[in-house]
Design a protein around this ligand. Structure first.
Ligand SMILES: [Zn+2]
Length: 141
């Protein structure tokens, strides 16, 4: 999925979970973070040296990394920001599981988890992106 899809997915997930829109947007930025493992992504282009250390859709797309993110954010910002960061992160993992490449959810085990076959940049992803944008605009508490 593209960085924009991940950003909107993370924003929509946090907004649906009850966060204010600004906090939801921060969760959207957290949702972009896992693709630091590829130099082709928005954040990977900014910090290309990370892709030398991590295989794409490996550690940074795993449950272990989710725990790491939670502990790191909890340590510096508290429980609520940590939960929203993990919500944004989790949306990234879920969206990438919709792709045929899948993710190494249980890293370091090498098994990839994929639940659908939506390809990056495809018409289906554009529909998904539009749905996520609509969700951010429509969701009300
Ligand atoms: Zn990803």
């Amino acid at each position: 999925m593209t960085s924009l899809t991940h950003f909107l997915g993370g924003t929509a997930a946090a907004y649906a979970a009850g966060a204010e829109l600004v906090v939801s947007a921060a969760a959207g930025f957290a949702a972009v973070l896992p693709d630091i493992d590829t130099p082709r992504s928005f954040i990977g282009k900014k910090l290309p040296f990370f892709s030398f250390f991590f295989r794409h859709r490996g550690f940074t797309h795993s449950l272990m990394f989710a725990v790491f993110v939670y502990i790191l954010v909890y340590r510096f910002l508290g429980v609520e920001p940590a939960l929203y960061a993990v919500t944004g992160f989790g949306s990234h993992i879920l969206l990438d599981m919709l792709n045929p490449s899948g993710v190494e959810l249980f890293w370091p085990l090498p098994w990839r988890v994929s639940i659908l076959k939506i390809r990056t940049g495809s018409f289906c992803e554009i529909l998904l992106l539009a749905g996520l944008a609509a969700a951010v605009l429509v969701i009300r508490r």
